[in-house]
Design a protein around this ligand. Structure first.
Ligand SMILES: [Zn+2]
Length: 96
């Protein structure tokens, strides 16, 4: 996790949608879930995910998003991509 849990919760990933009784939290998956953000990742049992739930037009809805997608979302929100470039200015070594 690159961000604090509070930042994840405040990211409001799906809060643009018309969700009633919207709740968001970081959970450990008890079942496998496909990330809803379109990255096609299966979040495995025991792995953390960003879980959102609520009611859409009276029906219960829920969404699991993998943390890398939330990180990317927060990076965009916070403008980190612009700030981090260029990569070669850091001392980090490449992972192979
Ligand atoms: Zn994802």
């Amino acid at each position: 996790m690159k961000y604090t849990q509070q930042q994840y919760l405040e990211s409001g990933f799906y809060s643009d949608d018309d969700i009633e009784n919207y709740k968001a939290k970081i959970v450990k998956c008890r079942k496998e879930h496909k990330c809803v953000s379109g990255c096609e990742v299966i979040i495995k049992i025991g792995e953390p995910a960003f879980y959102e739930s609520g009611f859409l037009e009276g029906k219960p809805v829920s969404a699991y998003t993998c943390l890398p997608c939330i990180d990317a979302h927060l990076d965009r929100v916070n403008g980190v991509y612009e700030l981090e470039a260029p990569k070669w200015s850091t001392n980090e070594t490449e992972k192979s």
